[in-house]
Design a protein around this ligand. Structure first.
Ligand code: HEM
Length: 414
């Protein structure tokens, strides 16, 4: 537990912040959902509500009455001063609309489709190597290098030799996206110094792209900034850091969580192997079943209600998507993994990519990366097996993912 004073009203809320929660948070979430009383926790000097049921989470994410309140410094979750200028994930309209609109163009279906051959080549190389070696660490040898190549190299234009440096900064910043009162002083220092280092690094890269544009998103953002007043130089850097943090950790964890879920459910793995075209629906199911982004936060921008609870302007809520997406009221047997669930028409959507204004901008890229990696690995390496190594989850509570996931490849199918 960290520096936060967690004076919970409902004891089960403590599960969220407990180390034991890392390996399997879902029984604790279920207890929260089933408890009719609202779950409240104390963060620093404010009490916030934890929303764990699907209907409440979806209502808040879709509502304009909720946002980040950055203009009015309403947020109980973080120090607004520390936010980067272009990081629109924590902004409300109109700034959010302006910045997202600029980046959105670069995430067109066409741009993502153009990345497909590169993703396929990279994944084939990693899987060939794994088969030759008789095993791999899914995070270190497959999803990590893939995300670094996509977000680091292809979007930001970071050269391959700096990939590890980028990953170490990104990890420190990703840990620092948990609500500020939950971080230890050492974690805040690590986050802030990684933030400064990455901004200095990217500023240098921006200067190089200005002089010598390349075929990457960074060069396109620099061109927009040079063309007029819509985007400042500081915002270009903020957007880059946002893409790094929002895009890297999450995609790495989707592949890791997905392979872990499939290897732990041999019948589901077998079903997918028999029909690899189910990989699209299977990715949606993994996003529902063990989502890389467990929660987000919102602040009431005006007095409002959610379900039968009233909130005043400035009240904070934790929107626990990881719990909402297991809600039996919406998904039937919510704790069961079913790779065919999203192959059936009319199924309820999940909140793994959020909902509303902040719906994940990188969702098409994340889907493409994960489906290529998972499909290739399970079809080309039939004898995949988890090892006896204990599961090593990251300390973050927003991001759910493993530091490493070693698996063996045997010749016999499992
Ligand atoms: C499996 C992978 C991913 C997951 C689970 C994921 C999840 C999410 C979620 C939950 C949000 C919304 C947060 C909120 O409502 O407060 C979000 C927003 C965002 N994501 Fe993703 N993401 C993934 C991959 C990516 C990738 C690959 C990129 C880009 C390279 C990306 C870029 C963004 C951006 C820029 C936003 C902010 C959108 C906005 O505020 O309008 N994400 N993501």
């Amino acid at each position: 537990m960290s520096t936060a004073e967690i004076g919970n009203v409902v004891p089960d809320a403590l599960d969220l912040f407990d180390d034991a929660h890392r390996v399997n948070p879902y029984p604790g979430y279920r207890r929260m959902r089933e408890n009719p009383a609202p779950t409240r926790i104390r963060l620093a000097d404010t009490e916030v509500t934890v929303l764990s049921r699907f209907a409440d989470c979806a209502a808040v994410l879709a509502s304009q009455a909720w946002g980040h309140g950055n203009a009015d410094r309403l947020s109980p979750f973080w120090d607004q001063e520390a936010s980067l200028p272009g990081s629109f994930i924590r902004m409300d309209p109109p700034d959010h609309r302006r910045l997202r609109g600029l980046v959105n163009k670069a995430f067109s279906a066409r741009m993502v489709a153009d990345l497909a051959p590169m993703i396929t080549d990279l994944v084939d190389t990693f899987v060939d190597r794994a088969i030759a070696d008789g095993g791999l660490d899914v995070v270190r040898d497959l999803s990590g290098p893939l995300a670094l190549a996509m977000v680091g190299r292809r979007l930001l234009g970071v050269p391959e030799e700096d990939a590890e440096l980028l990953r170490s900064w990104e990890l420190a910043i990703a840990r620092g996206t948990d609500p500020e009162p939950l971080l230890s002083p050492a974690e805040i220092t690590a986050r802030d110094s990684a933030g400064k280092a990455v901004v200095a690094y990217l500023a240098d890269l921006v200067a190089r792209r200005r002089a010598d544009p390349q075929d990457d998103l960074l060069s396109r953002l620099v061109a927009v900034e040079e063309a007029g007043e819509v985007l400042s130089a500081a915002e270009v850097l903020g957007i880059c850091v946002l893409l790094l943090v929002a895009g890297m950790e999450t995609s790495i964890n989707l592949v890791g969580n997905g392979i872990h879920a499939l290897l732990s459910h041999p019948q589901q793995l077998d079903r997918l192997r028999r029909d690899p075209d189910l990989v699209g629906p299977a990715i949606e199911e993994i996003l529902r079943y063990d989502t890389p982004t467990q929660f987000t936060m919102r602040v009431a921008l005006t007095d409002t209600t959610v379900g039968d609870q009233t909130y005043q302007r400035g009240d904070g809520v934790i929107v626990l998507m990881g719990s909402a997406d297991r809600d039996d009221d919406v998904f039937g047997a919510g704790d069961e993994l079913d790779v065919t669930r999203y192959a059936r028409p009319g199924g309820p959507r999940h909140l793994g990519f959020s909902l509303g204004l902040h719906y994940c901008l990188g969702a098409p890229l994340a889907r493409l990366e994960a489906s290529t990696a998972i499909r290739t690995l399970i079809t080309r390496a039939p004898g995949l097996r988890l090892t006896d190594a204990p599961l090593d989850y990251q300390p973050s509570i927003i991001h759910r993912g493993l530091h490493s996931l070693p698996v063996e490849i045997t010749t016999a199918a499992n």
